[in-house]
Design a binder for this molecule. Structure first.
Ligand SMILES: [Fe+2]
Length: 547
């Protein structure tokens, strides 16, 4: 593939073209242009009136309280992020004017070999966050970056660009995680992720929880540490400032900051960044759609403000382009899915329900028609050895009724069987190379064979699913109740009921190796973290095998 074709293909994968055009057009009006070494750079933020003052120094309190992050690496660039927040739990604490920060990107962590530097505007419209879309870098290369405001210097972040499109890649090491719940346990698993020096970290959702303080109670003694960030009578976060304060509270965690600073992140959300079990425009409690969409807009904006995402993901009201593709040389194609924004309301209701006729409606969708089409087209066009679906909710069948009647968790793929069938049958009919689904949400660790027919356990698997446990959600007590269902599910090859951990993958052209990492105690921020199980999937042989 020549470089221009490759670039075009990448742009197409990056996001849906119509939305991308719309966002870029709207973004163009909002862009501020600065230069570094003569190269124009687009900096996110709203248009600033010419006469507005621009601050170049912070106040008496530290500004870089939320650390730094990088994300969505391409072969020639990466997004660099920070947010100025001298009062992180109190709306940020900055003056409501733009601030100009300086930034540096170097080949070494001592910043002796700076390759790019410049200035960027942190706009009050985006909570003084900075999303710097750096380009012109070398592929598959480690870089270090930092921001400055006046005399203040941010922590240093490490990042790494993706390999060149089509490049032969011998090895990729990445981690994936989900479900970090502030009140349930220390973020010790993030600390351990930070120590791994991964090429990439994927976050599969539930980065925050929206509940009121102690609203999701798993400890008799009360929360280990309490949520702040909601400041009205409604309890859960539902206004922009409340979501901002909640994201900021999580980001004050030193282990989470360390994980962000250690590697580029690729993020997607699940429900709790907005509201438990929401589906498209339908809230959990069936609020009027316009009022829920206003809440969704606030949640999406705060999410964007706190994540190292590109301009193509800047929300427009209650809509945000989050699904996207990220090629990693010829080794892996990451398709990052959004199973929340476009899904049909849970066909048979929330909770565990029998599979009602609505679940068998062939039009039922979890991804929405556009994203589903994009997914299948992206898989068809992928030249990669491994095709990785990074997404939220469990894909393998899980029947969990007590007694003789069947029951399926309304929020998972098992409640949308027709939508799941369309994707699984595409994998086989098109011979998609080595599909692996990576999943979060369920707060426990799983390794599953994906089957064309769940009732035919003797059939060869058509794909593989690895599910990470929570970073902390669920707390110290294991979810052993799942164990009762396992005998009826021979395609579930591994289950661990413990909360607190993450999953890492060591990938080569011939072998996918999964390691499940487990925190010894969620109640101890200095806890050890150990690998408790390892599995492998060989190229050309879908399914879970011993490592
Ligand atoms: Fe969760």
């Amino acid at each position: 593939m020549n470089p221009i074709d490759a670039r075009v293909r990448y742009e197409r994968l990056l996001s849906h073209s119509a939305d991308r055009r719309r966002l870029l057009m709207s973004g163009a009006a909002a862009a501020t242009t600065v230069s570094f070494f003569g190269r124009p750079t687009r900096v996110l933020g709203q248009a600033t009136p010419e006469a507005s003052p621009v601050a170049t120094h912070g106040g008496s309190s530290p500004s870089f309280t939320l650390g730094v992050a990088s994300g969505d690496p391409t072969p020639d660039g990466v997004v660099l992020w920070t947010r100025l927040a001298p009062s992180p739990l109190g709306g940020g604490g900055t003056d409501p004017i733009p601030y100009e920060v300086r930034w540096e990107l170097a080949r070494d962590d001592g910043f002796g070999d700076i390759v790019q530097s410049g200035r960027a505007i942190a706009s009050p419209v985006l909570a003084h966050s900075v999303h710097l879309d750096v380009t012109g870098l070398e592929p598959a290369r480690e870089y270090y970056y930092r921001f400055m405001l006046g005399d203040e210097v941010s922590p240093t972040g490490r990042t790494k660009t993706a390999p060149a499109l089509g490049a032969e890649v011998e090895r990729l090491r990445f981690g994936f995680a989900s479900c970090s719940m502030w009140e349930h346990g220390w973020f010790t698993a993030y600390r351990d992720m930070a120590e791994q020096g991964f090429d990439l970290i994927l976050h599969l959702g539930d980065y925050i929880y929206e509940y009121e303080p102690n609203g999701y109670d798993v400890r008799e003694e009360g929360p280990l540490r309490e949520h702040t960030g909601e400041d009205d009578a409604t309890g859960e976060t539902d206004a922009l400032v409340e979501y901002r304060n909640r994201f900021a509270q999580y980001r004050t965690d030193p282990h989470l900051q360390a994980a962000h600073a250690s590697a580029p992140w690729v993020v997607t959300w699940d429900d709790h960044e907005t509201e438990n079990d929401y589906a498209g425009g339908m809230s959990e409690n069936n609020d009027p759609v316009p009022s829920f969409l206003a809440r969704r807009a606030a949640a999406y904006q705060a999410y964007y403000e706190h994540m190292p995402l590109r301009p193509s993901s800047m929300p427009q009201g209650p809509d945000m382009q989050l699904y996207r593709g990220l090629p990693y040389g010829n080794l892996a194609e990451f398709v990052v899915l959004d199973t929340r924004q476009y899904r049909d309301d849970q066909p048979c209701g929330d909770g565990v329900n029998v599979r009602c006729p609505a679940a068998l409606d062939p039009n039922t969708t979890l991804l929405g028609p556009e994203q589903e089409r994009w997914l299948l087209q992206t898989l068809d066009a992928s030249p990669a050895r491994w095709n990785v679906l990074a997404q939220q909710v469990m894909m393998a069948e899980l029947e969990q009724a007590e007694g003789p009647s069947e029951g399926y968790w309304g929020d998972s793929w098992s409640a949308y069987p027709m939508a799941r069938n369309r994707i699984l049958s595409h994998l086989t009919s098109r011979g998609i190379a080595n599909p692996v689904v990576i999943t979060g949400d369920i707060h426990t660790a799983w390794a599953n064979d994906l089957l064309a027919d769940w009732t035919d356990a003797a059939a060869a698997p058509i794909g593989t699913e690895y599910i990470c446990t929570s970073i902390s959600a669920g707390g110290a007590e294991p979810a052993t109740f799942f164990e009762a269902y396992l005998p009826d599910h021979p395609f579930i090859r591994f289950f661990d009921p413990n909360h607190g951990g993450y999953t890492s993958v060591d990938l080569t052209p011939d072998l996918w190796r999964t390691d499940f990492h487990q925190v010894a105690s969620l109640l101890d921020p200095a806890s050890t973290v150990e690998i408790v199980a390892s599995f492998a999937t060989e190229a050309g042989r879908p399914g879970v095998q011993p490592a």
